[in-house]
Design a protein around this ligand. Structure first.
Ligand SMILES: [Zn+2]
Length: 438
């Protein structure tokens, strides 16, 4: 039981309650309204007095394999960023470097209040990332990156059959592992990296296995132009034609989507993973998120990778998701309450887990984050809670984190892995990678 917190439920009526949260077998079993003087304590209680309890934040676009590239690929546009830095670094990855990259990223995410992610790994060694995720306790839907187009970068391009076979094997091994905490997603990198047959096969495989599809879309005008030249269609429409659409699909970015594209995304129920820091840092642009929401699109947020952000901080993404729209559309665009929904309920839906996570309700998984907003930046305490969370709170305010009811962070300390060891091993792995990447 978590006692004493103010609980931001994100339930259908968006209640904020002073309640104790009872957890049993990984799920929330009761929200017990507190009588004024019920402060009895038992051994299994986590004291959250004075804290704000929120549903664990969900980031629907992450590349854990790029955590070790942080600071190695700054101040470049997407195309140079990929071809000069990211692809050579990804091609140099080994099982060991993927493992430490995933642990480093997962540690940062958990300590910052993110409890679930949709994660695109690199082409090779995805098994190692799953092992890291299994150990550290983060909820993740992850997948091997698929690249089969002619002219794919050295060390990453694969034959269509081989890429699909490994993806299907990984899905069989990891989809539903760790008591359902780990799930698989089929992850074609982006339309220009993949053949039409691969994309169609991915759509079929996802349908057959119940796994998600995660890819990038419409991130830059250059990408849009390449897809148009190769297929004769707008990118969203092309993806739709090969089955990369609908509630099972989550498309990262969608910056360059026109009104037709927005309508198509809304009509199909496709998830959009909005990554404001990454879009700003790579100079990609500002995604038309308020327009998408007005059209009924399903939107989530994500930090993307550490190589283009450079933080994996959901609080930073929430704040930016609100702020970047205001110069364009006015200060009433993207209010705090809407953004908080994207980072919780929207993320849950993008992972296909809306019945399991994203709010604090009886029956849902106990993915919970307790924040200490007693610092000066969290005052005054009677201000609107979504405003305090989206505009003022920081990752450093996170005190306790539970995933599936299991404490993974307590009093700001990671319980499931040795942070000192992760730091040392990740640094050594990053040095090795940098030396071997050509
Ligand atoms: Zn990405």
């Amino acid at each position: 039981m978590l006692t004493g917190a103010r609980v931001v439920t994100l339930d259908p009526t968006r209640r904020v309650l002073d309640a104790d949260v009872v957890v049993s077998d990984g799920r929330i079993t009761e929200l017990r309204k507190r009588p004024a003087r019920s402060r009895g304590r038992r051994g299994s209680e986590l004291d959250c007095a004075g804290l704000v309890l929120i549903p664990g934040l969900v980031q629907a676009h992450i590349h854990l394999c790029q955590t070790l590239f942080r600071g190695y690929a700054d101040d470049l546009a997407l195309e140079d960023w990929l071809t000069r830095r990211i692809w050579p670094l990804e091609a140099a990855h080994t099982e060991d470097t993927v493992y430490w990259s995933a642990l480093l990223g997962a540690a940062e995410l958990l300590l910052g209040g993110t409890t679930a992610i949709l994660d695109m790994e690199t082409v090779h060694h995805t098994d190692a990332a799953f092992h890291a995720l299994q150990e550290i306790g983060l909820r993740a839907t992850a997948g091997k990156c698929l690249m089969d187009a002619p002219g794919s970068p050295p060390g990453l391009g694969e034959a269509t059959d081989r890429a699909l076979r490994e993806a299907t094997d990984l899905c069989a091994k990891w989809h539903g592992a760790a008591g359902g905490r780990l799930r698989y997603c089929f992850a074609p990198r982006f339309a220009p990296s993949c053949t039409g047959p691969l994309l169609r096969a991915v759509s079929d495989a996802a349908e057959r296995t119940g796994a998600m599809i995660h890819t990038h879309a419409a991130e830059t005008p250059v990408e849009l132009e390449r897809v148009k030249r190769a297929t004769g269609r707008d990118e969203i429409s092309y993806l739709d034609s090969v089955g990369i659409a609908g509630p099972r699909a989550a498309l990262a970015h969608c910056v360059w989507v026109d009104a037709d594209g927005v309508r198509q995304l809304a009509h199909a129920g496709t998830n959009v993973a909005h990554c404001p820091s990454s879009n700003l840092k790579l100079g990609s642009g500002v995604a038309p998120i308020p327009e998408m929401l007005a059209a009924g699109c399903h939107v989530a947020i994500g930090a993307d990778g550490a190589a283009c952000n450079n933080r994996l901080d959901a609080f930073e993404e929430m704040r930016l998701a609100a702020l970047i729209q205001k110069p364009r559309l006015g200060p009433d665009a993207m209010p705090a309450g809407t953004v908080l929904e994207l980072a919780t309920l929207g993320g849950a839906r993008a992972l296909g887990l809306e019945a399991e996570i994203g709010s604090i309700e009886v029956g849902k998984r106990a993915d919970l984050v307790a924040l200490d907003l007693s610092g000066p930046h969290g005052q005054p305490a009677d201000a609107d809670i979504p405003s305090r969370l989206v505009y003022a709170a920081r990752a450093a305010d996170v005190r306790h984190v539970l995933v599936d009811g299991r404490p993974v962070v307590r009093a700001g300390r990671l319980l499931t892995a040795d942070l000192g060891e992760i730091r040392d091993k990740a640094n050594a792995a990053a040095r090795r990678l940098r030396r071997s990447a050509v």
